[in-house]
Design a protein. Sequence first.
Lengths: 289, 291
Amino acid sequence: MKLRKGESLGVILFLAPALLLFVMFFIYPIFNVVGMSFFNWNGITDPVFSGFENYKDIFTDKVFIRSITNNVIWALAACCVQVPLALLMALILSRKPRFWQSFRTIYFLPQVISGIAIAMLWSAVFNSEFGMLNGLLKMLGLGKFATNWLGNPKTAFACVLIYGLFYIGYYMVIMMAGITNIDESYYEAAKVDGASPIQTAMHVTVPLIRYSVHTCITLAAIFGLRTFEQVYLLTNGGPANRTSLVVLYLYNQMRDNNYGGANASSVILIVVGAIVIVSIRKMFKFEED
Amino acid sequence: MSKKVKDQEMSFKFIWTPKNVVMNILKWILIVFFAVYTLFPLIWLVITSLKTNAEYFANPFSLPAVPQWQNFTNAFTQANLGQMIWNSVTVAFVGTILNVVVASMASYAISRFRFRGREIIFAAFSAGIMVPLNALMVPYFTIFSKIGLIDNLMSLRILYASIGLPISMFIIRGFMDAFPVEIEEAAIIDGCGFYGRFFRMILPLVKSGLVTAGTFQFITCWNEFVYANLLTSSPKLKTIQIGIRYFTNQFTTDYVSMYAAIVIAIIPSILIYAIFQKNVITGLTAGAVKG
């Protein structure tokens, strides 16, 4: 609709609150974080310009290197395990097996429960004394494998990472919606050609929902990079920083009043995120774009 | 084409060959595995929250001899859960209403009117979905210190309303775009002004979009932990998510009350999901499929 006389004021008034909040909590913070990453600042006295010192500090800090490595592993695991599993289940459920709607509801359930509650639930699974996992192992006569899952440097990171990978509902629902939008004529053609259900899935459905798959992989990578709650609650980065993540690292830097270091690690996280989004886009090579 | 026809096209006739039977069994193993994986810990949680600590320590998988409902009252009184729930309720309600009001106003301007910068503004908002917000802890903390809202629930209400804007605008704009401009033009001829059309015509039309965005936003607010943890510190301002975590330090021996508190904390999310399930799922896909 073209703007009518006297309506520009309305449009401006209607846009203003959203723009104000967006500038305040998205645009300004990003510029602020980048700018302040070049200052030494304890949060109390005036910031002092220090060039790239904060970056030098975090890149020589073994804990930061361990954190960013963990984040990359986390993002890769989400993209390469969680999303493919979600795709598999999306293909299965969109063939509408019995009770498929109930299963969709169940799979999506963890998405509406807080990350903290889920993490506390899993701390009950991994608890060394009364945990479900050790209890199960003892019941099966495998008691010798029982361990302090979250305290053992060999198992801690795997434990905090793996449990979430099997919560596939979110990505599955996105890809199921993509499948619903596919035109029936493709399936008719596949049927005429005598394609089996698996062939149809591989050669018709999957290529046609590549936008949804792309969305899921991007989201999975971003979520992997910004994870915090699980680790904060289950291990707080331990044992010996084995499970540290960048957001936890920057949280701890903030607690130690090293705001410069916290900002530098924020910038690295944002930059890595941007690179990941762009490269996933490149990988998918959308002809239209 | 009608939905019925599509369902027929999608289903392949099942033929009893050994290969098909094996595939079918595999399929059901997968379906059941993911369902059990999701539900088992939750059911375990509810059962354990009704046991005594002694029963829990003796066997994590046993059933309670007598359901211990007082675990729930213990959780309430010992951790002041009532206050925390109230805090979460007010934060989530105000955060949701503010978010939906601001998002629908902006979506109206962007969806219905052509002006310079319109799509750039919308693209900027959409890009906001991808910003790793947890990386912005320092600036958020500084902003709220400067305006004097540290340790004040108002900071959470404003912040939650703001960080939910990109998603809400994506959803609400999608619903508004679905209505052709012509219906508004008829209203203009009848002398209906800018605000009249927004309040009396467009908002009622996109009601389900508002509910979808609101449901999403409410669940996000209710579940938020990182910034509630960062921006508040007084015990009387704790939200429920901070509250249940508090249990891990406070009652290291009273596990069953902790599990009762977790059950209390997740019931509202599950209830809202149960009521608005359709909205949650369509809202999610509206935003994501176009991505």
